[in-house]
Write a protein that binds this ligand. Structure first.
Ligand code: DP6
Length: 386
């Protein structure tokens, strides 16, 4: 059988998924919205192959063989095999999977979303599965269901206890809002975090704010966010994104035991963004934080030079020689004027608080790579180069 190779994007939510109504089926308590990011900067790549010659299902992740008995991985394989259009004989052939990310896992960026979306897309082609595959990706990791589409994507929480209506749909393709840019501020931080799965489980059990948010805040907010995206209303988009991110982290504090994903660097970035928007008398940039200290900025392309100038000024790097510090070919920074510095009226941070900055944009969903040189498995089905 052929090898199928696929790449899939990371997504960053602007209305957060935080809390499951069903842990087994990975069904959320509320709808969420994200943008899929350009795969040039951040993506997962996966090759899959099935063969009668293989003795067992096996998986290699980022160059190391891992256990195939991971329950979430097994969920994905079960869902795919349920919907396979192959003959029963070939369907039972064992499978080899090889996957890697084009960014360091240590960056603390959500890699499981891209990974499970990529695996689901690759397997869907191999097993000739038709139709929506977001439910398959969801069975591996909730947020992964949004990475099976490009552009702006909404994950509908659904109401069916079996999860049949808990699916993702594209709101708009990447070409819809071409001016939108993303800056990911990767914070130097070695602290071990509570996983999102544990964090949200405890939140569902103990946070009253979570219930209030799911019932009273998000239903209205997702509709407003969808409208802001469709009408390209950046002010509204940023306002809703900021509110929603901070509400998710408020729930984390309202949880017992509380979980702290933001650190002092995240708080300084957040404070700087508010001071800058206020000094500019307009919403120039919005921010959001997932389950970690890295802050992600969404902003119109025209504001990128000035925002980079601000970051250079308030978050200096340790070494000016570090060519890896700004990734993704950002434009030249525009240093802040004295007037702006006076208005912002904040202290500079110690050098080296940010590890690096990734400049990127909204991008496509999973893409199949047909060139055999792209495969991560060789013709016998073993990882290339291992
Ligand atoms: C903070 O999708 O990683 O990034 O479903 O348990 O795998 P599991 O959780 P995961 O949670 C992501 C949470 C988030 C917000 C979001 O992406 O919407």
């Amino acid at each position: 059988m052929n090898i199928v190779t696929c790449i899939a994007p990371v997504n960053i939510a602007v209305i957060k998924y935080w809390g499951k109504r069903d842990d087994e089926l990975i069904l959320p308590v509320n709808d969420s919205i994200s943008a899929s990011l350009d795969t040039h900067e951040l993506c997962a790549k996966t090759s899959v192959m099935a063969s009668p010659d293989f003795d067992a299902d096996r998986i290699w992740l980022n160059g190391r063989e891992e256990s195939i008995n991971n329950p979430r991985l097994q969920n994905c394989l079960r869902e795919i095999r349920k919907r396979s259009q192959l003959s029963p004989e070939t369907e039972n052939w064992k499978l080899h999977i090889c996957s890697k990310n084009n960014f360091p896992t240590a960056a603390g960026l959500a890699s499981s979303a891209a990974g499970y979306a990529c695996l689901s897309a690759a397997l869907a082609k191999l097993y000739k599965v038709e139709g929506d595959i977001s439910t398959i990706a969801r069975s591996g990791s909730g947020s992964a269901c949004r990475s099976v589409y490009g552009g702006f994507v909404r994950w509908y929480a659904g109401i069916d206890p079996n999860g049949s209506d808990s699916i993702a749909k594209q709101i708009a393709p990447p070409s819809h809002w071409l001016e939108m840019r993303i800056l990911i501020l990767v914070v130097n931080d070695e602290r071990k975090k509570t996983s999102s799965a544990i964090g949200m489980k405890n939140a569902v059990l103990t946070s009253e704010l979570l219930k209030y948010r799911a019932e009273h805040c998000v239903p209205k907010r997702v509709e407003e966010m969808q409208r802001a995206i469709l009408s390209k209303n950046f002010e509204k988009f940023a306002e809703l994104m900021i509110k929603d991110s901070n509400q998710m982290h408020a729930i984390c504090l309202d949880t017992s035991p509380p979980c702290f994903y933001l650190n002092n660097v995240s708080f300084s970035v957040i404070d700087l963004i508010h001071a800058y928007n206020e000094a500019s008398n307009s919403m120039k940039v919005g921010y959001t934080n997932d389950a970690g200290p890295n802050t992600v900025l969404y902003l119109p392309e025209k504001n990128v030079p000035e925002v980079l100038g601000l970051l250079d000024y308030y978050f200096p790097t340790e070494s000016t020689k570090n060519s890896e510090y700004k990734r993704g070919n950002p434009p030249q920074s525009l240093p802040p004027s004295n007037e702006l510095i006076l208005k912002i009226n904040r202290e500079k941070s110690q050098p080296g608080q940010l590890k690096y900055i990734i400049y990127t944009r909204v991008g496509d969903g999973p893409t199949y790579l047909e060139n055999p040189r792209e495969h991560l498995l060789d013709s016998k089905g073993f990882p290339v180069g291992l």
